[in-house]
Design a protein around this ligand. Structure first.
Ligand code: NAD
Length: 348
């Protein structure tokens, strides 16, 4: 299959590309290379004859038309987005422009291409979205997000992703474009940009700095190893039913404080310091509108497509910490990028 992957120089998109190329798929990586991107993420496949890169911004419709025309993909996996909630609080405009208008451009470019080819039945447009579109859950462990949960986004980031999900569904209902949507929980793993909780904690711990926990650390997230997510996305594009959405989750709910304590314990073991790393934990002003709990019911993708997470949170965190210990050459230069290491989105 020839896949057009947007956002392939980012965290999840690059995991998708590494997996797709290893399975023999041809891939065109379409990425504008924003502050969050690194072509190092795909260095392991960049010499492959199966891989192509197009430095293109999804806000540029004419450039997208050219890319579709030049590469003639069988399917689109659309991951390009502004992805950091804290940045969306300080500067929501980029989120609307890329996540909403950019997705609109992708849909229109894909529709034009698909129409011109005679509407091939096998064509797929997979939109990669988040569980954050569903809002916040109460503490009751029986209650989880299903594909039928009402949309209730709370942050500029999740509102922009919800808007793009609605556009994608409308392009299926109105124009018949064979779309799919996945809504996934929090990812973690190698190549995670050092502004997100897990890499921030690992790198600040190693630097002997305070480990900032928003509020009282009781917010619950469901964590999924990024390579399990990549596997789910390839499965959905290959075997998912057009018009359908699939929730993807790790079945690994933890409070932020539990997660950070676990990371500290792994670091104590792998890189012992004079004092336990947990001594560096500090509580800071909460994120405005911080959703209390996310939890995913992933039974649809399990029952219909046979997907389940394969990496436990404990194993995945250990592998991730070891990866950051082994890959300073990757993360050190990223610490100099704009806003990295600073508290963003605190004011609301
Ligand atoms: P990321 O920030 O690591 O990567 C985003 C990539 O998109 C970057 O390479 C960036 O250069 C590119 N990009 C941004 N704006 C662009 C534009 N205008 N044109 C072209 N390229 C552009 O993000 P990620 O964490 O890999 O997330 C990928 C997708 O998965 C996003 O759509 C996100 O909403 C979704 N998602 C993420 C998570 C998570 O835990 N990280 C969970 C569920 C869903």
């Amino acid at each position: 299959m020839k896949l057009l992957v947007t956002g392939g120089a980012g965290f999840i998109g690059s995991a998708v590309i590494r997996l797709a190329v290893s399975k023999g798929h041809e891939v065109v990586n379409v990425d504008a290379l924003t502050y969050a991107a690194s072509l190092e993420n795909v260095a392991s496949v960049s010499k492959s004859p199966l891989y192509r890169f197009e430095k293109v911004d999804i806000r540029d419709r004419a450039a997208l038309d050219r890319v579709f025309d030049a590469h003639q993909p069988d399917a689109v996996m659309h991951l390009a987005a502004e992805s950091h909630v804290d940045r969306s609080i300080d500067g929501p405009a980029d989120f609307v422009e890329t996540n909403v208008n950019g997705t609109f451009n992708m849909l229109e470019a894909a529709r034009k291409y698909w129409d011109a080819k005679g509407r091939p039945e096998g064509f797929r447009f997979l939109h990669i979205s988040t569980d954050e579109v569903f809002g916040s859950l109460p503490a009751d462990p029986e209650i989880k997000f299903t594909e039928e949960t009402r949309y209730d986004p709370r942050s500029p980031y999740s509102a922009s992703k919800a808007a793009s999900d609605h556009l994608v569904r409308a392009w299926n209902e109105t124009y018949g474009l064979p779309v799919l949507i996945t809504n996934c929980s929090n990812n973690y793993g190698p190549f995670h940009f050092p502004e997100k909780l897990i890499p921030v904690v690992i790198l600040k711990a190693l630097a002997g700095e305070k480990l900032p926990i928003y509020g009282d650390g009781s917010n619950v997230r469901d964590w999924l190893y990024v390579e399990d997510h990549a596997r789910a996305l390839l499965l959905v594009v290959e075997a998912g039913k057009p018009g359908r959405s699939y929730n993807v989750g790790g079945n690994s709910e933890r409070t932020n404080l539990e997660l950070v304590r676990t990371l500290c314990a792994v670091l104590d073991e792998l890189r012992p310091a004079a004092a336990p790393y947990a001594d560096q934990i500090t509580f800071v002003t909460d994120r405005p509108g911080h959703d209390a709990r996310y939890a995913i019911d992933a039974s649809r993708i399990r029952d219909e497509l046979g997907w389940e997470p394969s990496v436990t949170l404990e194993d995945g965190l250990r592998q991730t910490v070891q990866w950051y210990l082994d890959n300073e050459d990757w993360w050190r230069p990223l610490l100099g990028r704009k806003g990295v290491g600073q508290r963003l989105g605190a004011k609301g």
